[in-house]
Design a protein around this ligand. Structure first.
Ligand SMILES: *Cc1c(COP(=O)(O)O)cnc(C)c1O
Length: 342
């Protein structure tokens, strides 16, 4: 088969270990998995099959298009965060997934259609999606069969009073809703401790190697490893420049490897002169600007030749600090030009 010059190595053992670690921290609550945005860029189908085999039962996507792409897997439970627009009803009523109802309009649409059990999102202060206290008082959920009532934390990755405020509001609002289960915590929420677990947790980022809070450092392992092929090795003489706008000038003769990887692959321009590639334990520095499809790595003194492969450093907390992007953006930005290998 034709081989691409860029690969994304996905570590299934690390993915499963991360889910197990988050499940352990979730205590008696079930631990689900947010696999929206194509499994945060890693491949929703691969993530779902890997985690389902490990015992995960509750999977969440954002849209019905994402649910349809996974329908043939027959997952134990698949839910759609964004609920049901008119345009979604045909697919939703086909039963491939369960909607999370977010508005009074969605609730009444689902009730009128006789859609069956659903989940409900409550807004507890993020002012994003969800029903508010007024909706509950007006009977928006009357007559619906509700499996899980949930809310979402706005500042779980911060030391913020908003966390306990949202928790308190969630408990008060959920008392007015007859549901089988309660669910509040995302990845960072799991690190806030037992008070935030309820019956079901919904991690995304940390499954994929993201570390949203210091409590999870050392607990969560890297899952995604970009590997790029060396297209050329050259010697740059002292005083010559490398890359667009000549932002890096060689202080001495320097051996440079040009790798097939760039910002069109989600390796953003913020990595310019800050990122690096790994050779065993050695970090080889990235020099100059990141191009659309290419980066330059200083390989002086190392045995790196045209055609070799280098793993680009993609430890998410470090890569986020280097690039100024969030760990979420780095994962979901991974482009389509990778050959995914497991
Ligand atoms: C994306 C999402 C999650 C997962 O969040 P992470 O921060 O990635 O763990 C959980 N719940 C909802 C409603 C989401 O949209």
């Amino acid at each position: 088969m034709f081989e691409l010059p860029l690969r994304l190595r996905r570590d299934a053992d690390a993915l499963v270990a991360n889910w197990r670690a988050l499940a352990r921290l979730s205590g008696t609550a079930a631990c689900g998995a947010a696999i929206k945005a194509d499994g945060y860029g890693l491949g929703a189908s691969w993530v779902a099959q890997t985690l389902a085999a490990a015992g995960c039962r509750d999977f969440f996507v954002a849209t019905w298009a994402e649910a349809a792409a996974l329908a043939s897997l027959g997952l134990p439970s698949l839910s759609v965060f964004h609920g049901v627009r008119d345009e979604d009803m045909e697919l939703a009523l086909s039963g491939i997934a369960t909607p999370v109802l977010n508005t009074a309009t969605q609730a009444s649409r689902w009730r009128s259609a006789g859609g069956g059990a659903s989940h409900v999102m409550l807004d507890t202060g993020m002012n994003r999606l969800g029903l508010d206290e007024g909706d509950l008082a007006a009977g928006a959920l009357d007559g619906l069969t509700i499996d899980t009532v949930m809310s979402h934390l706005a500042s779980a990755d911060d030391e913020s009073a908003q966390n306990s405020e949202q928790r308190g509001r969630f408990v008060a609002m959920a008392e007015k809703v007859a549901a089988r289960r309660l669910s509040l915590a995302n990845s960072a929420g799991i690190a806030l401790g037992p008070d935030y677990m309820f019956d079901l947790t919904r991690p995304g980022l940390a499954l994929y190697g993201g570390v949203p809070r210091p409590e999870l450092a050392g607990v969560i392992a890297q899952v995604a490893f970009p590997e790029a092929q060396v297209l050329q090795r050259r010697t740059v003489r002292a005083g010559e420049a490398v890359g667009y706008n000549a932002t890096w000038v060689a202080p001495a003769d320097t051996d440079v490897a040009i790798l097939n990887y760039g910002y069109a692959d989600g390796y953003f321009r913020g990595f310019s002169s800050r990122g690096g590639a790994l050779l065993g334990d050695t970090v080889l520095p990235l020099i100059g600007r990141v191009s659309m499809d290419l980066i330059a790595i200083d390989v002086t003194g190392h045995d790196v030749a045209e055609g070799d492969w280098l793993t680009v450093d993609f430890d998410l907390p470090r890569a986020a600090a280097q690039s100024g992007m969030s760990q979420y953006e780095l994962l979901t930005g991974l482009g389509t030009r990778f050959e995914r290998i497991d």
